[in-house]
Design a protein around this ligand. Structure first.
Ligand SMILES: CCCCCCCC/C=C\CCCCCCCCCCCCCCCC(=O)SCCNC(=O)CCNC(=O)[C@H](O)C(C)(C)COP(=O)(O)OP(=O)(O)OC[C@H]1O[C@@H](n2cnc3c(N)ncnc32)[C@H](O)[C@@H]1OP(=O)(O)O
Ligand SMILES: Cc1cc2nc3c(=O)[nH]c(=O)nc-3n(C[C@H](O)[C@H](O)[C@H](O)COP(=O)(O)OP(=O)(O)OC[C@H]3O[C@@H](n4cnc5c(N)ncnc54)[C@H](O)[C@@H]3O)c2cc1C
Length: 666
């Protein structure tokens, strides 16, 4: 990009950068080679004319948006498939690469569930024979699939799903049926008009016995005509807050038959005569959800990086107000309140990316052990994935919205891209396990952990801190390590309180379930505190670990961001820390001053820090956040694309306004 065209404020901001920007980008990507590979994929996609829209998508009808999205998804997937094959690797399938490439088309891909859940379920739940048959077709998109679990009546409570799959040994088939309106599948992405196959989660009946929910591969549309198969009722569920082009659909079955072999057989099986063979754990059926929950943590980090890049660049270009008479209007980035809104976003993106990578590695290790029959680490992984998915998606939604608000009126424009980013990220708070529901899952683990600590049992690593808390309340130290220890004290204290509350309700005559419900606000708070302690510890310790191999200034900016994150949350949660740790008012006053110092230290590097995310304009898709900072020019260029501006007088004037005004004159 020619520097001459770049906005002067941004040029000056970039000159202030005191660290090696490329080194930070490599760190974010996971190494220099990873940066090269990512850029190669992006470069390949960026120049493809077919994925660029002449008319902004917002002006298209719902139907046109979908058709355009299918067209672009086909182009995109073709390029990526070719790339993946050329490199004989699965690199293109890595979550981080997928997110970035996906965001080059503004609206979500109707193939998202194919790539995100259909293919992974075949990997995770199909037997070797089934994989050999289904994977080549799925990976090459000869068949397009989705993951149909949620029903009109139930999303959270999976044991309550109503779709049935009844085994008929005479024909060696399963009969799929939707007995009620509420049993209709509802929500699966791509189900409306894109997928011709889907993974259906249904209650398995054999020999008159219900064995609970199991996944089945079902062809729902004809391979040639794409017509729904007889016995299948399928369609799209209509417009939503976001995710407009995901083609979320509904699906009902009228005694629809599939071969026995279409039940996913890696874990449980039904033999020809109808004998049911149990899985090592019924929870293995939930494997794909676990994978996506793990991926969502990195996705949250990525969406924050997009929002905060847009808002920070805009804040460097935008001038407003005149605090000192006669002086020029300052850049809004110089207002400390603006720094307070934005720098926590930069810090959180790093915190969640680092935590997401750690969770990904933990997930890989535990699933490898599961394949070898070792199930002992599954509960801890489940507890971690649940709370990290919940908190990362909620934090990301809040930060994206904060970034939008930080851009004032222009943040409200569709062309800022905030509405689309927000529409996507806020969906992650609900899908793949609703926020509160997942925190309550983690709370189950925490209560057991607290009980184990009371009984002096061996503790798993992420809850081992509970043992110390039982002995003493840790002394407060105004250091990052001291703050982390304080957050652990909050997590332990809240777990204890929730545990005691459940016991106390039970002692007062409530049964366990009612006691649980009565204590559930405390349970959710305990999970949130545990999760915050994990993110804080992971962020700080990983930055420390990597600092020794980094140049001094890159290490310094990352340490500033990690410290900012820790202090931000200490100040946000000061009430909890007063209650459960030994922090004093004086300690908090010191931290408040340090927080102000950190904002000032980060300020000169702010634009460089978001530049280091290395998000191309084609990925940001924002009038406010482009690299050159031509904010006002772009806003006007985009406004002129409005179809309403194609003619000086709209026909509604002659049809309605003029007669209306004339009538008013009489
Ligand atoms: C060749 C390659 C080419 C590459 C080309 C690339 C091209 C790229 C282009 C485009 C692609 C686009 C980019 C893709 C990016 C991918 C991102 C993916 C995004 C996907 C989008 C997803 C959309 C959303 C999908 C969905 O929402 S699917 C539906 C999800 N549904 C839920 O999550 C339901 C939530 N409910 C539950 O999970 C459970 O019911 C419950 C709440 C956990 C309760 O379950 P249950 O009643 O059975 O259990 P309990 O009785 O409560 O508990 C019993 C014990 O079991 C424990 N438990 C529960 N769950 C688990 C578990 N999963 N694992 C382990 N243990 C579990 C529980 O804790 C209890 O334990 P206990 O000891 O306390 O008894
Ligand atoms: C954009 C989007 C895409 C989706 N894609 C898919 C897909 O591809 N495939 C698919 O199968 N599904 C999909 N879903 C469905 C999604 O997984 C569910 O909506 C989600 O799991 C939440 O379930 P629910 O809608 O039943 O919410 P509910 O469980 O009805 O939640 C409503 C409220 O009740 C509360 N609540 C429920 N149970 C409890 C409890 N036990 N304790 C305390 N509070 C409780 C919740 O906290 C929440 O406040 C998608 C959803 C969205 C929004």
């Amino acid at each position: 990009m020619s520097e001459a065209k770049v906005n002067g404020d941004l040029l000056r901001e970039r000159e202030k950068c005191n660290f090696d920007l490329k080194e930070l980008t490599h760190f974010i990507d996971g190494g220099e080679e990873a940066t090269r590979n990512r850029r190669e994929v992006e470069e390949m996609v960026i120049h493809v004319k077919e994925i660029q829209d002449e008319v902004p998508e917002e002006y298209l009808s719902h139907k046109e948006q979908y058709e355009n999205a299918v067209r672009k998804a086909c182009v995109l997937i073709d390029i990526l498939k070719e790339h993946a094959l050329r490199h004989s690797s699965f690199d293109a399938y890595k979550p981080t690469n997928m997110y970035r490439v996906q965001s080059m088309v503004k609206q979500v891909s109707p193939f998202i569930l194919h790539m995100g859940m259909f293919v992974p379920t075949i990997f995770g739940q199909a037997s070797a024979d089934q994989q050999a048959e289904w994977l080549p077709k799925a990976l090459s998109l000869q068949i397009i699939g989705t993951y149909a679990q949620t029903e009109l009546g139930h999303g959270t409570f999976l044991r309550g799903l109503e779709t049935t799959a009844t085994y008929d040994p005479t024909t060696e088939e399963f009969v799929l049926h939707s007995p009620t309106l509420t049993s209709y599948k509802w929500w699966p992405g791509g189900l409306g008009h894109t997928a011709n196959h889907c993974i259906v989660v249904a209650q398995l009946y054999s020999k008159g016995v219900c064995h609970g929910i199991h996944p089945f591969l079902v062809q729902i549309r004809d391979s040639e005509t794409h017509m729904p198969k007889p016995g299948i009722k399928v369609g799209e569920i209509g417009p939503k807050l976001g995710f407009q082009t995901a083609n979320n659909g509904f699906l009902g079955f009228d005694h629809f038959r599939i071969p026995r072999q279409n039940m996913f057989m890696k874990n449980a099986q039904v033999l020809k005569d109808g004998t049911y063979v149990k899985s090592k754990s019924t929870k293995l059926t939930y494997g794909t959800m676990m994978l996506i929950r793990v991926m969502i943590v990195s996705d949250a980090a990525y969406e924050i990086s997009r929002a905060v890049t847009i808002a920070t660049r805009y804040s460097a270009v935008r001038h407003q107000s005149q605090p000192k008479p006669g002086q020029p209007e300052p850049q809004i980035l110089d207002y400390v309140t603006q720094q307070h809104k934005l720098f926590i976003g930069i810090a959180t993106s790093h915190a969640l990316r680092i935590t997401g990578s750690w969770l990904w590695e933990t997930y890989s290790k535990v699933t490898h052990d599961l394949d070898a029959g070792k199930l002992d680490q599954l509960p801890e992984l489940h507890a971690l994935a649940c709370c990290l998915k919940a908190i990362s998606s909620r934090d990301a939604s809040a930060i994206v919205e904060q970034c939008r608000l930080a851009c004032g009126g222009h943040g409200y424009m569709a062309s800022s891209n905030f509405p689309t980013i927000y529409g996507s990220i806020t969906a992650t708070v609900t899908y793949e396990g609703e926020f509160t529901v997942l925190l309550l899952q983690t709370a189950r683990y925490l209560l057991k952990a607290w009980k184990s600590a009371l009984e002096g049992k061996v503790m798993t690593p992420t809850v081992a801190f509970m043992v110390n808390y039982q002995k003493t309340k840790p002394l407060w130290k105004n250091t990052p390590e001291g703050i982390i220890s304080g957050f652990k004290a909050v997590a332990a204290g809240k777990s204890k309180e929730a545990y005691d509350a459940v016991i106390s309700y039970e002692n007062n005559g409530k049964d366990y379930e009612d006691a649980w419900n009565l204590a559930s606000v405390q349970l959710v708070n305990a999970s949130e505190a545990y999760c915050r302690a994990i993110i804080c510890e992971m962020f700080w310790s990983e930055v420390q670990r990597h600092s020794v191999t980094m140049s001094r200034n890159v290490a310094a900016v990352l340490q500033q961001l990690a410290e900012l994150y820790l202090i931000y949350w200490t100040l946000e949660k000061s009430g909890d820390l007063f209650e459960y740790s030994c922090v004093s008012k004086e300690d908090l006053a010191v931290l408040r001053r340090r927080y102000g110092e950190l904002l000032a230290l980060i300020r000169p590097n702010a634009v460089a820090l978001v530049d280091a995310f290395d998000l191309r304009d084609e990925i940001l898709q924002s009038t406010l956040g482009s690299y050159d900072g031509r904010v006002y020019e772009r806003l006007m260029e985009e406004a002129l694309k409005s179809p309403l501006n194609k003619e000086p007088v709209n026909q509604s004037f002659h049809k309605y306004l003029k007669p209306f005004m004339q009538k008013s004159k009489l």
